[in-house]
Design a protein around this ligand. Structure first.
Ligand SMILES: Nc1c(NC[C@H](O)[C@H](O)[C@H](O)CO)[nH]c(=O)[nH]c1=O
Ligand SMILES: CC(=O)[C@@H](O)COP(=O)(O)O
Length: 163
C-alpha cells in the first residue's frame, strides 16, 4: 500500500512476537546519514521494544546502499543470525545512477537472503527527493526502520511455525 495512503508504521503491537533469544544484524549505509540514522534508530529501538537483548544485535556501517549487499553476505557468512536488517536511503540525482543502484541493491539483498536461507530485510528508501525520505524516517509516513525491525522479528519467529 502506498505510504501516503496509510502510515505503515501503524501496526498492532499484539501481532508482534517476542524477539527474546533471537540474534539480529543491522547494516546501515552512511549516504544520506540524517535519514539513515533515523532509520537505524527506529530499527534498533523496535528490536529492544520487543525484548531483543542489546548483546544480540550486531550493527555495521557501510559507505552506501550498494555496499549493503556485501556486508549482509559477510555477516551471514560469519555470524549465526536469525535475520539481517539492511537500511539505506537512495535519492534520485541527475543521472540514471539511481536506477542502477536501486535495482542492484534490491536484487542483491534478495539473493543474499536466498543464498543463506535467512531473512534479509529491505529497509532501503528509494525516493525522488530528501523530503520524501525524511517523511519515511520518522516523519508523517512513519519510520521504515521501525517497520524493518518488526518485520525482522516476525520473520525470525516464522521459522518456529515450520518445526
Ligand atoms: N547516490 C547514493 C548512493 N550512491 C553510492 C552507492 O551506494 C555506492 O556506495 C557507490 O556506487 C560505490 O559502490 N548510495 C546511497 O546509499 N544513496 C544515494 O543516494
Ligand atoms: C543514486 C545516486 O547515486 C545519485 O544520487 C547520484 O547523483 P547523480 O545521479 O546526480 O550523479
Amino acid at each position: 500500500m502506498a505510504s501516503h495512503l496509510k502510515n505503515l508504521s501503524d501496526f498492532s503491537h499484539t501481532t508482534v512476537p517476542s524477539g527474546k533469544n533471537y540474534r539480529f544484524g543491522i547494516v546501515v549505509a552512511s549516504w544520506n546519514a540524517e535519514v539513515t540514522g533515523a532509520l537505524y534508530k527506529g530499527a534498533y529501538e523496535s528490536l529492544l521494544k520487543y525484548n531483543v537483548a542489546e548483546r544480540d544485535i550486531i550493527s555495521i556501517e557501510v559507505a552506501g546502499s550498494f555496499e549493503l549487499i556485501a556486508a549482509a553476505d559477510q555477516l551471514l557468512d560469519n555470524r549465526d543470525l536469525d535475520a539481517v536488517i539492511c537500511l539505506g536511503c537512495v535519492i534520485q540525482g541527475e543521472t540514471r545512477h539511481f536506477d542502477f543502484i536501486c535495482n542492484a541493491v534490491a536484487n542483491g539483498l534478495a539473493n543474499v537472503g536466498l543464498k543463506h536461507t535467512k531473512p534479509v530485510i529491505f529497509g532501503v528508501l528509494t525516493t525522488d527527493n530528501q523530503q520524501q525520505a525524511m517523511d519515511r524516517a520518522g516523519g508523517k509516513h512513519g519510520n521504515k526502520g521501525t517497520e524493518a525491525g518488526i518485520t525482522a522479528i516476525k520473520m525470525a519467529a516464522l521459522k518456529l511455525e515450520f518445526k
